[in-house]
Design a protein around this ligand. Sequence first.
Ligand SMILES: Nc1ncnc2c1ncn2[C@@H]1O[C@H](COP(=O)(O)OP(=O)(O)OP(=O)(O)O)[C@@H](O)[C@H]1O
Ligand SMILES: [Mg+2]
Length: 319
Amino acid sequence: MSARLAVIVVENLTKDYASGWLGHRRHRAVDHLTLEVQEGEIFGLLGPNGAGKTTTVKLLLRLIRPTAGTVRLFGRSPEDPVVRAQLGFLPEHPYLPEALTACELLDYFGQLCGLSRSDRLARAAALLHQVGLPASVADRPLRQLSRGELARVGLAQALLHDPKLLILDDPFGGLDPEGRRQVRDWLLRWREEGRTIFLSTPLIAEAEIICDRVALLHRGRLLACGSPAELAPPTARGAVEILARDLTPQTCESLRARGCDVRADRALVRVCAPASANGWEAVDFIRRSGGCVIAVNPIRSSLERFFEDAVTASEASPA
Ligand SMILES: Nc1ncnc2c1ncn2[C@@H]1O[C@H](COP(=O)(O)OP(=O)(O)OP(=O)(O)O)[C@@H](O)[C@H]1O
Ligand SMILES: [Mg+2]
């Protein structure tokens, strides 16, 4: 493997928040986190709500100070202006001036980044087009935009100054399935352009599709780090959801006897086959019984199942 530059190096990063009356109690949000992100990769920081993802992102950017540990971006302090100039950031909750339109906002941020007027206009137009924001939306005050439209504006501002490193806190937040698919496409394109992307998300299945490597975070602690294929080979068998119609009551009963959860309250029957019941056998059985299978979907992706197992194992063993 060729030696690539480590764009992000995190060592023993720890953050305790003060909590309780007079702040006497401590809550450890990030616990001795160590990881590296290589140049040109899409790296996903994954974990459930409250796992410490946003805290880690804020520590990476030095928006908050660590209790212990170090962060280096491009081998330098995150506060170094040279680093800041190469960094694009999408906050979890972008607080954007509501009275401005998307075009005005990008122009304003472009001025802060020192772009010339012609560069600002050209970049803003190209980015708004790229993130699929039509002129009719980009010319309205931000207060009139939907959550998904604002998420697109947020992504456009992160790209405005052509940064080498993108740090995106929950880029799928607020987007519908089609919007999430588009974001995946954009992230892959931005990686092809040579950018390094660090993203955080609780949506493990979304990240599994595009991330070169992921870190699984639980209660501030790193449970595992590696490529999705290394951590969770996609061949592993899991639970599936089968949507079917024309199932007789007898077929439903037989499926239940095979360990499936069957919801037959409507014309469309939803059959959840646990891994132990083998979904494909259930599909065959439905067909043989004269039922019509409409769709078969994995209930958990391979990485989601790996994550659940890793959480269970970590909770079973003392810290
Ligand atoms: N300023 C703060 N003061 C005290 N506790 C905090 C503060 N910010 C976050 N926390 C706590 O730290 C933990 C981690 O929060 P964080 O926002 O990093 O989680 P997250 O992984 O980003 O979750 P989500 O997926 O919901 O965005 C949570 O238990 C949260 O309540
Ligand atoms: Mg968060």
